[in-house]
Write a protein that binds this ligand. Structure first.
Ligand code: MCN
Ligand code: MOS
Length: 765
């Protein structure tokens, strides 16, 4: 090693632990050694097991349930049915709207979807509960069901006026445009498919409820439990330090959660209830199936004159989910005329839910395929087409972008991919029997913002503890918060321990919409700054402090050592200082809420999403952006599609940890490959059952499906988006992958597949 190399290495390792450094996951060793304890691994005294019984019809009434055989089966403690008195109250929704019903019955008599919970068995062992659940006999009076969007009875649905976005005269401008495309795109029902199933352990001690449950929102779920059981919010403690993936599915307390907690209260014993894999496909909602029509009118040099967009998504018979299909259509390109409207269709399904980039993901599939079709129609390169119609400001909000490095993303991605070498004609690139296709698409995700809170403690031994009831489901929260605290306080990162996933820690809002990193780095930065101010204040003023005589106005802390900025006088480690002044800790609680915030508003801020800050608040429109370039190889004889190369250039603003951000982006890209080629919930037309509700038949990409993926960061710090300049990372990269692949498949084969997933049957038919 030369001196130069050593210096380089030293400055690299210094950077490693600061914000922006490529520090490896601090929770990695615990996960690899098995020390990390997940919710279902808690060993509790007297634990019993609950197993659910699901409806076998999609619509109708439970007319009778025979529980006798189950009740007398070995080990059975209770069989719960819709007749069991649970005394649950209705809970408010995630916006904080009051409950629609005064009471809540998680086991139903009126069935609205296949798999809905109608009974549950609690037994001493899991095996006994499974065996007894199979003995519960249920009779139904079945009524006709609408199983999915393609059902003839589904109709056009209900207009959601709040989704309408219009300016100019889109219909007239479309009709008058010299070049037009009008095409329909479909996405199927998809599932979050986290490795760790849903479930929980519930334990009551008097009026206090502890829940171990994988959760993306401890405070929101604790509120729901408190409202169901009529106990104070503080009486509920949710514990969720590690989560085996959520992807949007683990933010709410659901019917099975209520059943387990109610059973625990009835029996006076802790109850564990874990959904089996098929139940994971019906107990909470996957991504809603969508249909959309995109009509684009342009002039002959490719300039868009009008976009007319109509979308539909499925929702449940007794619950509302809107998958906003116009979210990207309305902002990606400059157009003088625009109209987007959306309907929802009620079908017999569990209420659909959030899956990584809800709205933006299917929205982009429509507009980014349609723009490719228009480019082909006009004989314009797809990248050039996007530059011609580049939106210099938010076309809908009519506001300046906070930052939009999309042009830079196009340029960097195209360069790294070699886009200039693309031969424009479909079917013109091949390698033996393989047709090669090059496709591209853009993507975006709004910067969702909220206020956050964190506690930072400087301990007597010089170590630092950061506490928050926010969570890490694999994104890297533990690591980036350790980096933020270490940099702000001037201590080595190994001295920082971050504690997350306990609702008794400082409150936190939902981990959804890729907001947590921005919110929590901001809160920790603030709390750590307060702790540092207090430490320095004490050092300057406490009579026992060796720095007091210095008469300085400030001190600096570096590598965990306190000194005067110019180096004169004493130098002490934080531990030595704490002992000199006789303190065992300095604690600061920092939050980013305005000082005038009332306690009710604070509670609302963390337990509902009502106080989220709009991404178009003030003068700017804030979004992350990306450009994906994809190569596919299509076997000419078999119609099989392999993605052989992906280059994505992404603008997430400043990265708190590029190593983790790249890992998040790659995860999104991989999920997008699954969406493009494999994923589809298949519904049995007779009973509305998900036929492939298991990991053997619900196809997900495995390592063999994943090519070389290159990600390039083109972001610059965005002061309007977060305290430290970052924008969202977690959901961005899944947006735009499926259309980039569909466009590449068209380039390879000359065939447009507008209906995901792109399977070989569709290609060769
Ligand atoms: N990051 C960064 N620089 C930024 C922003 C983020 O380096 N400017 C990195 C950090 O490592 C941070 C991570 O990216 O921990 C994600 O940050 P952010 O974009 O704020 O997203 P959240 O922390 O709010 O995570 C939620 C987001 C969502 S909404 C889904 S869905 C999703 C996702 O993250 N589900 C995931 N990524 C997931 N990753 C895993 N492993 N498992 C899931 O279930
Ligand atoms: Mo993510 S789908 O917003 O949890």
């Amino acid at each position: 090693m030369t001196v130069h190399d050593m210096k380089h290495a030293a400055s690299d390792s210094a950077r490693l632990e600061a914000v922006g450094g490529r520090l490896s996951r601090v929770d990695g060793p615990a996960k690899i050694t098995g020390a990390a304890k997940y919710a279902f691994e808690q060993q509790l005294e007297g634990l019993v097991h609950a197993v659910l019984v699901g409806a076998t019809i999609a619509a109708g009434k439970v007319t009778a349930i025979d529980t006798r055989a189950a009740e007398t089966a070995p080990g059975v403690l209770a069989v719960l049915t819709p007749d069991t008195i649970m005394e649950l109250k209705g809970a408010s929704d995630w916006l904080g709207n009051p409950p629609s019903q005064p009471t809540y019955a998680p086991l139903v008599r009126e069935v609205t979807f296949s798999g809905q919970h109608v009974a549950a068995v609690v037994a001493e062992t899991f095996e006994q509960a499974v065996a007894a659940a199979a003995l519960v006999k249920v009779w139904y009076d079945e009524s006709p069901a609408i199983v999915d969007l393609s059902d003839g009875k589904a109709g056009d649905g209900i207009p959601i006026d709040a989704m309408t976005k219009e300016w100019g005269d889109a219909q007239a401008a479309f009709a008058a445009a010299p070049v037009r495309v009008c095409v329909a795109y479909n996405t199927p029902r998809e599932f979050q498919a986290a490795m760790e199933p849903h479930g929980l352990i519930a334990r009551w001690e008097g009026e206090e409820l502890t829940i171990w449950e994988p959760s993306q929102w401890l405070d929101g779920m604790a509120r729901t439990y408190a409202e169901w059981f009529g106990v104070p919010f503080e009486n509920v403690r949710l514990v969720s330090p590690y989560i085996g993936g959520g992807f949007g599915s683990k933010a709410l307390a659901l019917a099975h959660s209520a059943v387990a907690a109610a059973a625990a209260r009835m029996l006076g014993r802790p109850v564990k209830l874990v959904l089996n894999r098929p139940q994971n496909f019906t107990s909470y909602g996957g991504r809603a199936a969508t249909r959309q029509t995109v009509a684009i009118g342009a002039d002959s040099d490719g300039r868009i004159q009008s976009i007319v967009h109509r979308g539909v998504n499925e929702t449940a018979v007794d619950g509302m989910w809107v998958e906003p299909l116009g979210s990207v259509t309305s902002i990606m390109y400059a157009t003088p005329n625009f109209s987007s409207k959306q309907n929802v269709v009620r079908v017999n399904t569990v209420v659909p839910g959030a899956k990584r980039a809800p709205g933006e993901n299917p929205s982009t599939f429509g507009i980014e395929c349609a723009i490719d079709e228009l480019a082909h129609e006009l004989g314009i390169d797809p990248l050039e087409m996007r530059l011609i119609n580049y939106a210099e400001q938010d076309p809908h909000a009519k506001k300046a972008w906070s930052t939009r490095q999309l042009r830079e993303a196009f340029a960097a991605g195209a360069e790294a991919f070699g886009w200039a070498k693309r031969s424009p004609q479909p079917r013109s690139m091949r390698d033996g029997r393989q047709l090669i296709g090059w496709g591209m698409a853009a993507g975006t995700y709004p910067v969702r913002r909220a206020h956050g809170e964190a506690v930072v403690k400087l301990m007597a031994d010089g170590s630092v503890e950061v506490e928050s009831s926010s969570i890490d489901m694999g994104q890297g929260t533990y690591t980036i918060l350790a980096q933020t605290a270490a940099e702000t306080l001037g201590v080595p990162v190994e001295h920082v321990s971050v504690k997350l996933g306990d609702s008794h820690f400082a409150r936190a809002g939902v981990t959804g919409g890729s907001r947590l990193a921005g919110v929590m780095t901001g809160a920790v930065y603030k709390a750590a700054g307060q702790a540092l101010d207090e430490l320095i204040g004490l050092a300057l003023s406490d009579p026992r402090s060796p720095f007091q005589k210095l008469q300085a106005n400030t001190l600096s802390v570096k590598d965990g050592r306190i000194a005067s900025p110019r180096g004169e006088g004493p130098e002490l480690s934080i531990a030595e200082f704490m002992s000199a002044v006789g303190r065992d800790q300095i604690e600061a609680k920092g939050d980013t809420l305005p000082a005038s915030t009332t306690p009710e508003e604070r509670y609302k801020n963390y337990t509902t999403i009502a106080m989220s800050i709009p991404h178009t608040e003030g003068d700017y429109s804030r979004h992350s952006w990306c450009a994906h370039f994809v190569e596919v190889r299509v076997d000419e004889d078999f119609g099989t599609v392999r993605v052989s190369r992906v280059v994505s250039a992404l603008d997430s603003g400043r990265l708190y940890n590029p190593k983790l951000a790249e890992s998040q982006w790659k995860g999104g890209i991989i999920m997008g490959i699954g969406q493009a080629l494999l994923e589809e919930g298949i519904v049995d037309r007779r009973h509305g059952r998900i036929v492939n509700g298991n990991f053997a038949d619900y196809m997900l990409p495995t390592n063999a499906d994943i090519p070389d993926i290159q990600t390039i960061s083109v972001g610059i710090p965005d002061p309007h988006s977060s305290a430290l300049g970052g924008k969202g990372v977690g959901e961005l990269a899944i947006v735009g992958i499926a259309p980039a692949i569909a466009n590449a498949v068209f380039h390879a084969t000359g065939k447009r597949i507008r209906d995901l997933p792109i399977t070989l049957e569709k290609l060769i038919e």
